[in-house]
Design a protein around this ligand. Structure first.
Ligand SMILES: C[S@@+](CC[C@H](N)C(=O)[O-])C[C@H]1O[C@@H](n2cnc3c(N)ncnc32)[C@H](O)[C@@H]1O
Length: 388
């Protein structure tokens, strides 16, 4: 490995070395993405909360190790971690994973060199936490994760194929997630719900069901923290959260319908246009306020370089836990009404004054999550416009 110039970085309490590269890409000898520090910081908070809730020492699998930064940070910075297993199919990555374990003087961290699905199957039932952070889609690995996950375990899933999940390209989403996306103004939320729905359906084959503890869409990726448990009855019950979001391109009305194969309304009840459907997807909760509050509290005890952004995101997700699915984009609605947008604060105040929920969303600074209908929101915007 002498041919490489080595770069050293520090995240949290951990130092990592890897071959220097010009561009962040899968072609780098060992992959390291500094933009994922927030993702790793939040993972430390989420896994710590999980460990404390379970009140036992945990074993963690970092399935796609790269430089080893994730697994090494988990062992170094989370209390109550027994063994960490870092896996990567690349031998160069394995070399630096081992090097970085030694650099941080850690014990009980093992390096493995298998295809991800193979590794999960070899170690079936041994992990309390499985972290899936691949290049692109996690889809091909979810079957093995579903087969191998323990009851009462935590599954952490990253997807960077956001163009598929958001519906920029429809076919890849159908291919990878067996779901139809739709590129609406709230497509990042739809994408997270498609991914959660696909995880739920995949795990259900193994009698396992999910409880989404926290989820976010940030920059080029989506990330979900999912509690996994086992039992056929509860799995059947949980699949009742699978359904569709139907959207009207004409008047921006949207509605949800539960059921994988239940009949769905075809015509917009507001304007009579044809509705467009996205799904199957998860219509259950995608934020758990108790879990997220504990993640926020945990920031007091951790050294997190991204603390400011982490807290901003966590507080937003905490508020979103109370909100219904989808959100309105003020500018999009104002454009459809051919009016200029009133100040955001005034809109929020007026929606609340009329007795509706109005909650900001991390997906979009101009987004409003509300139980008001699109017609209510339009009337509020028109009224506010008249006043100014
Ligand atoms: C996105 S990187 C992982 C980044 C790392 N988790 C982090 O936080 O820095 C994906 C890694 O997966 C490895 N990989 C690709 N295909 C794999 C497979 N089928 N099984 C195991 N590892 C694989 C690559 O060598 C690469 O190091």
């Amino acid at each position: 490995m002498d041919e490489y110039k080595i770069k050293r970085i520090e995240e949290g309490l951990t130092k990592i070395e890897f071959p220097e590269f010009d561009k962040i890409s899968s072609d780098a000898p060992v992959f390291y993405n500094p933009h994922m520090e927030l993702n790793r910081d939040l993972s430390i908070l989420a896994i710590q909360v999980f460990q404390k809730q379970e009140k036992r020492d945990i074993n963690i699998c970092d399935l796609f190790g790269g430089s080893g930064i994730r697994g090494i940070r988990y062992k170094n910075e989370i209390d109550g971690v027994d063994n960490v297993f870092i896996n990567d199919i690349s031998e160069v990555a394995n070399y630096y994973e081992q090097h970085n374990i030694e650099l941080n003087n850690l014990e009980n961290v093992e390096v493995h060199s298998h295809d991800a699905s193979m590794f999960l199957r070899i170690k079936r039932g041994e992990f309390d936490v499985i972290d899936i952070d691949p290049f692109g889609t996690p889809s091909p690995f979810l079957d093995s994760a579903g087969y191998c996950a323990r009851r009462k375990s935590l599954l952490c899933v990253t997807a960077t194929d956001t163009s598929a999940l958001c519906g920029t390209y429809k076919e890849p989403c159908i291919r990878k997630y067996n779901a139809k996306p739709y590129k609406s103004e709230y497509c990042h939320e739809t994408g997270i719900r498609i991914l959660a729905g696909f995880v739920a359906l995949t795990l259900s084959k193994y009698g396992k069901y999910i409880d989404v503890k926290m989820s976010h869409s940030t920059e080029h990726y989506m990330r979900l923290y999912i509690y996994v448990n086992k039992g056929p009855k509860k799995t059947d019950q949980s699949l009742k959260n699978i359904g569709y979001i139907s959207h009207c391109k004409n008047c921006l009305h949207r509605q949800t319908s539960l059921g994988l194969a239940s009949p769905i309304e075809e015509i917009c009840p507001v304007c009579g246009e044809k509705l467009i459907h996205a799904g199957p997807l998860w219509l259950g909760d995608i934020q758990d306020s108790d879990f997220i509050q504990k993640m926020i509290d945990e920031t007091e005890h951790k050294k997190i370089n991204t603390e400011k952004s982490a807290l901003k995101l966590l507080n937003s997700c905490l508020n979103e836990a109370k909100a219904p699915a989808t959100f309105y984009d003020v500018h999009k609605i104002c454009k459809s009404l051919r009016i200029s947008a009133p100040k955001l604060d005034l809109i929020f105040d007026e929606i609340k004054r009329q007795g509706f929920i109005a909650i900001k969303t991390h997906y979009n600074p101009l987004g409003i999550k509300s139980d008001a209908t699109v017609e209510d929101i339009k009337n509020i915007l028109l009224e506010l416009c008249k006043e100014f």
